[in-house]
Design a binder for this molecule. Structure first.
Ligand code: 6PG
Length: 249
């Protein structure tokens, strides 16, 4: 994988604060350059780690944010498994007066019974924002925020799955996710790897070995190792517990 910068923090509290500063910086840069900030957010523990500090960050102009989901479970938007529901609780409800509702892009709830349709619809939502002139090959996010699963998966891209080799679709469906629930949609590597910035966020001792395998291991093809930005920057935000086995941080 391409060289990643690793930021390690003594506590998850410090991690959330460092992440908030990082996001603030990217957001203000993007807004200066093109008057908007496009971000895709994953599920799992990420919304909480991301939002703890960010939701109090009054220096950020959230009205210019466009928020997508890096992956989503095919469940109702108010279901406890919904990544949207988790981000809403952790962040969106706290910045409701600043964010524009039309700038938040959940999965189309009417299509959750049909993951293939849901994935196509999500690609259309991306096209509406990123490809109005039908001129882009892939959407280019200002920032994609990713988690790391214990098996090295990221988004809903799992080890050994045929989706690891999907090069055409922007969004794909998955109906056999080893992590429940089985039906999901996910951004593909083509979209991830065209982002301006990609940040992995992970914490806890339980992640130690996989963090080391991904960042220092060789000869594997774990999904997290396939995140290789074409032009963008790759950073990892971890706590010291997760970084415990890395040789140099
Ligand atoms: C999901 C995800 C998934 C997640 C990782 C890490 O919706 O399941 O987006 O890729 O980010 O499984 O989850 P944890 O941070 O909870 O370990």
């Amino acid at each position: 994988m391409s060289a990643a910068t690793v930021y390690s923090f003594p506590t998850t509290h410090a991690l959330s604060s460092g992440l908030s500063d990082f996001v603030e910086h990217l957001s203000s840069d993007a807004i200066k350059k093109h008057d908007r900030f496009t971000v895709a957010v994953s599920g799992g523990s990420l919304p909480k780690l991301l939002s703890a500090d960010l939701r109090h960050n009054s220096r950020i102009d959230f009205s210019k944010w466009h928020i997508f989901f890096a992956d989503e479970r095919c469940v109702p938007l108010d279901h406890p498994d919904s990544n949207y529901a988790e981000l809403k609780t952790q962040l969106l409800d706290h910045i409701a007066e600043q964010i524009q509702p039309s700038h938040v892009h959940p999965i189309n709830q009417a299509l959750i019974e049909d993951p293939e349709e849901a994935a196509e619809d999500y690609m259309d939502q991306l096209k509406d924002l990123f490809a109005a002139k039908d001129s882009v090959k892939f959407p280019v996010f200002d920032l994609i925020l990713l988690g790391m699963g214990p098996d090295g998966h990221t988004c809903s891209l799992f080890p050994g799955h045929p989706l690891l080799h999907e090069h055409l679709k922007w969004v794909a469906e998955i109906t056999d996710s080893p992590k429940p629930p089985p039906n999901r949609i996910t951004l593909t590597f083509s979209v991830l790897n065209h982002a301006h910035n990609i940040a992995f966020v992970t914490a806890g001792e339980g992640k130690q070995e996989m963090v080391q395998r991904i960042l220092e291991g060789q000869g594997e093809e774990l999904p997290c190792q396939l995140v290789n930005p074409v032009h963008g920057k790759l950073v990892w935000f971890v706590d010291d517990a997760a970084a415990g086995k890395l040789r140099v941080v």
